[in-house]
Design a protein. Structure first.
Lengths: 217, 217
DNA sequence: GTCACTAATGGACGATCGTCCATTAAATGT
DNA sequence: ACATTTAATGGACGATCGTCCATTAGTGAC
């Protein structure tokens, strides 16, 4: 009747036709994020998530111990995926100029890979409930330490050439992240009228003002 | 037994001891916003709102026709209140310099009157569900036409003195609003570590870079 | 093939959701 | 004073919520 071929894992072992707890956990997380992006957190219920994932209603309690934990896991997954993609997109050679490294972060953050309808909706949905959901709050901050450090270091290199007061580096870092936040909001509010190129240029222009001579054009 | 004095309206007529539909509508809106700030949109139910307002459960359907409409009305009220307060705080004399007018907007937006735990939580809660709630979406945009126009006009006056390309005014306007958005997010994320003065100075510094010689110190 | 074990199912459960309405209470008109 | 109108109440209603568990099904060991 049917071929009983076992689907092979990348690692070659384990992984049969049915029964794959880890895959199902990922499937539930995916379904959760898709549902949030589609109909909003408010209407995202256990039933709806299971319905979308094609799994049974008991799975959430089985694998995550409840809806709240699934939501937290989804937020964590989403955050990790964002920063992983950010890393991938900003992997310049180690000899890249600090300006280029800063601009790489900006362009990555505003690229379609990171800034798209799905991610913006999810991001703001999580942020909106973060203050009443401790688990999610941990993953709804832009203050990823590594990314902040990347910017801070780059700005430091730029600043010490034309030495200025110490706050410049901190202000440039915080200001850049704040500007990017604002761009995401603009995108969420009006996706049609949003222009990635114009947004990149706007941030660049602000940085050009902060570091005269740098970030030109 | 009891004095039957009618409480007098400012207008002197109408307004008795009980039965005040308009006041109850406002009470419900207030209770809705307080509940959202307190326990989040997700847990804000009809019962909880009524419980907080001290009114009966039937009132919402009676006065607003349903929860959704109440939420929309609350978003509208919140937005209107924000802009009214913004107006009040930026009511400089008509001879104020454009720089002062811009800085007034920035300082108002970051003042405790507008930026406080309650307003930030409500604001982001509404924004989070805006994309799945058409009624709320209309009131969760920073793009209040009047405020944008205020900034645009001020930047125009500044720009034409040291004439530059046409995009400068638009970029300064959009960038300022984006920076302020980012500051609100910073505040929501870390209220303890947030400094109003430093945030104002950060925005000023970016503008100083954009308009050399202006916005100094 | 049998057994032990774990993944997965889907329905039962009480709680709560939002809506609606018959009833009561207050204000107004005559 | 009484009738009319409108505000306000609070419980009934079915639907859906999230949790939990008895049961079934798939897997690996022997």
């Amino acid at each position: 009747m049917e071929s009983f071929d076992k689907m092979k894992d990348p690692k070659g072992r384990k992984r049969s036709s049915k029964r794959d707890p880890e895959a199902n956990k990922q499937l539930l997380i995916k379904a959760t994020l898709d549902t949030i992006a589609d109909i909003g957190v408010t209407d995202t219920s256990v039933s709806r998530i299971c319905e979308r994932s094609g799994l049974s209603r008991g799975m959430i309690h089985l694998h995550f111990g409840g809806k709240d934990n699934l939501l937290t896991a989804a937020a964590q997954h989403f955050s990790a995926q964002y920063y992983a993609e950010m890393d991938r997109l900003t992997d310049l050679g180690s000899d890249a100029s600090p300006e280029d490294r800063v601009m790489a972060v900006i362009e990555a953050d505003l690229s379609e890979a990171l800034l798209n309808p799905r991610s913006t909706k999810i991001w703001h949905a999580f942020r909106g409930i973060a203050s009443s959901h401790a688990g999610i709050a941990r993953y709804s901050s832009t203050q990823d330490q590594k990314l902040v450090e990347t910017l801070r270091l780059a700005f430091k290199e730029i600043a010490q050439e034309n030495k200025r007061d110490s706050n410049l580096v901190e202000d440039a870092t915080a200001g850049t992240l704040a500007l990017l936040e604002g761009m995401w909001v603009n995108y969420l509010t009006d996706m049609q009228g949003f222009s990635r190129r114009r947004s990149v240029d706007l941030v660049r222009r602000f940085l050009c003002g902060l570091f005269p001579g740098k970030f030109k054009l």
